[in-house]
Design a protein around this ligand. Structure first.
Ligand SMILES: *[C@@H]1O[C@H](CO)[C@@H](O)[C@H](O)[C@H]1NC(C)=O
Ligand SMILES: *[C@@H]1O[C@H](CO)[C@@H](O)[C@H](O)[C@H]1NC(C)=O
Ligand SMILES: *[C@@H]1O[C@H](CO)[C@@H](O)[C@H](O)[C@H]1NC(C)=O
Ligand SMILES: *[C@@H]1O[C@H](CO)[C@@H](O)[C@H](O)[C@H]1NC(C)=O
Length: 539
């Protein structure tokens, strides 16, 4: 009883204070200016002057009213996995009888532009979170602001300011009604515009209630209107104790990217480099060529493949089938070159991706391993479909400079490999390079992934895919079948932290259409291999 009252009391006090501020001061400036400010009772006033309007956000609108937005907060727990209990910011008295467990954790999930709170991905993330919850103490709340998420985009950008504020009030109501000590157990997960909505909720909790959210995860935070703007206008790391960002469609909006490229969290994950996700490219290019209308293009893109990978990856990370390891590195290019490969060496720290990242991050902070004031950009690669999580291998290929090899000259083609483990399990067929290319005596290094975890590999099946090109005399092999003189291959596993060197039988070349089995014991004649940490070649 006391708690309900105090919740209402505080809201009322806020309203009174706001009105007091306006009425106490008789100067014209402090009157709500109907041109530049709109007020919604306890939720306060929303201005549309700077920093809400800048060069990067030429138009700023007022949020629509709570009556129009009709925000719903269906809540789920293990006991109510199918039929939600609807929470409402106007009815904090519904919180006590909801039997929400004060032990938590509490998850809020918000959709973005053009979507609603009952989308399949939210349902899937909710059920995955609840299936992890062995104590049945967790509550998952979907922020359903569908009435505010439709076009025009600029209006949706305005609406999330009010939705974020209302969500902050709901979080405060839960906090006060359930007698919680803090909000450490609250985790807000937002996609696209929903990510910035979470930022607003985190900000309002601090300014209006003096409370700091435990965590906000921004899943590909929207870029248009949030690129190079003031901190209050978008999600950033001061909005919660821990803010982590998944970038999956990060490139300039004019180039078709919808997600922010800037690092704005305590951790910024860049899966596959953060802009082009495997398995996403074809459809979109065809579509862009076929479609002229830019509005339709934009709408379609907002539900596009790269952009939605962010929540697909994150949902998988809740209960992953493999370690989902990420690596801190200066750039994605350096990462794929294999320049950042040893966990903990030279500021290249390893962290699990996504849901389970906080503990690893805390350990790095507590051991003073990282500078918290600097962006922590981490990289990893995935496969092109579910399950996305995969194992990383750094592969170093040495093409012999022997007389035989030199006499044969370069060959144009592509190397493939299958990793074979001690107990006979093997990986899928992995291309060692993206395109066919000329292979001359050299040592080349690259990073590849395997969807299957075979443990520590023991040998490898190596294949040479040769391409004949009528215009390129280099590819005219008439007297001799196409071949490549691979002397040795060094295979290192990021996840298992071990490596092996394998060689072909009798130093024989890999011949087209003939798989060659590389083994460790074939390397007898090899002097110890020194591999410089700087990659000399990029495939
Ligand atoms: C009222 O005004 C004071 C100072 O002008 C400010 O610190 C306070 O936050 C205002 N209160 C509200 C509820 O806006
Ligand atoms: C889960 O909630 C129960 C009370 O419903 C509490 O006794 C228990 O300690 C909680 N478990 C955890 C892990 O918080
Ligand atoms: C291939 O590896 C050997 C060591 O086994 C090394 O001496 C040689 O320089 C490498 N060849 C090239 C072209 O890098
Ligand atoms: C082989 O090893 C892998 C990885 O250690 C393991 O997952 C798999 O079950 C093993 N297979 C057999 C047949 O022992």
């Amino acid at each position: 009883m006391i708690n309900i009252t105090s919740g209402i009391m505080l809201n009322t006090m806020l309203l009174v204070l706001r009105n007091q501020n306006n009425s106490q001061d008789n100067s014209i400036e402090s009157q709500p200016d109907i041109e530049t400010e709109k007020c919604y009772g306890i939720y306060g006033c929303f201005s549309i002057v700077e920093p809400w309007v800048t060069d990067n956000r030429p138009i700023s609108l007022f949020p629509k009213s709570p009556e129009i937005l009709k925000i719903r907060y269906p809540s789920f727990s293990r006991h109510k996995a199918k039929i939600p209990y609807i929470l409402d910011t106007n009815e904090p008295e519904r919180i006590k009888p909801s039997r929400i467990n004060p032990a938590g954790p509490f998850y809020f999930i918000s959709h973005g532009y053009l979507e609603s709170g009952d989308k399949l991905w939210i349902e899937k993330m909710t059920s995955t979170l609840l299936s992890l919850d062995i104590n049945a103490n967790a509550t998952v709340i979907s922020v359903d602001w569908r009435a505010g998420s439709s076009p025009p985009y600029v209006q949706a950008c305005a609406n999330i300011r009010l939705v974020g504020t209302m969500t902050a009030h709901l979080i405060y109501d839960i906090y006060s009604n359930l007698n919680l000590k803090n909000l450490d157990n609250f985790h807000f997960i937002g996609h696209s515009l929903g990510a910035h909505l979470g930022g607003y909720a985190g900000n309002v909790l601090q300014t209006d209630f003096g409370l700091k959210l435990g965590r906000i995860t921004g899943l590909d935070p929207a870029d248009p209107y949030f690129n190079k703007v003031a901190n209050v206008v978008r999600l950033e790391k001061s909005d919660a104790k821990f803010v982590d960002i998944v970038h999956t469609d990060a490139s300039l909006f004019i180039k078709g990217g919808l997600g922010l490229f800037e690092s704005i969290g305590h951790i910024d994950y860049f899966p596959n480099g953060g802009s082009n996700q495997p398995g996403c490219n074809q459809g979109m290019m065809e579509y862009l060529n076929a479609q002229q209308g830019s509005i339709f293009r934009t709408l379609r893109q907002f539900l596009g493949c790269n952009h939605i990978r962010a929540y697909e990856f994150f949902t998988e990370s809740i209960s992953p089938s493999c370690p989902f390891l990420t690596m801190q590195c200066e750039s994605y290019q350096d990462f794929t070159r294999g320049a950042c490969f040893k966990c903990g060496e030279e500021d290249h720290n390893c962290l699990p991706f996504g849901f389970h990242s906080y503990r690893g991050y805390k350990r790095l902070v507590e051991s003073n391993t990282i500078d918290v004031s600097k962006p922590l950009n981490v990289f990893f690669m995935t496969t092109d479909r579910e399950s996305f999580c995969s194992m990383h291998y750094r592969i170093t290929v040495n093409i012999s400079a022997s007389i035989e090899s030199s006499t044969h000259g370069g060959d144009v083609g592509r190397l493939w490999m299958v990793l074979i483990s001690r107990n006979g399990t093997f990986s899928e067929r992995i291309p060692l390079e993206e395109h066919t290319g000329l292979h001359k005596p050299a040592t080349q290094r690259t990073l590849v992934v395997s969807a299957r975890d075979i443990g520590i590999p023991e040998s490898a099946k190596v294949e040479w895919e040769y391409e004949t090109n009528l215009l390129n005399p280099l590819t005219w092999r008439i007297l001799m079948s196409p071949r490549v003189y691979v002397a040795w291959i060094h295979i290192e596993s990021l996840e298992h932290r071990s490596g092996i060197t394998v060689c072909p039988p009798q130093e024989s070349p890999v011949i087209v259409n003939t798989p060659s089995y590389f083994q460790q014991h074939h390397c007898r004649n090899l002097s110890p291999i020194k591999i410089s940490t700087k990659s000399r070649f990029v495939f």
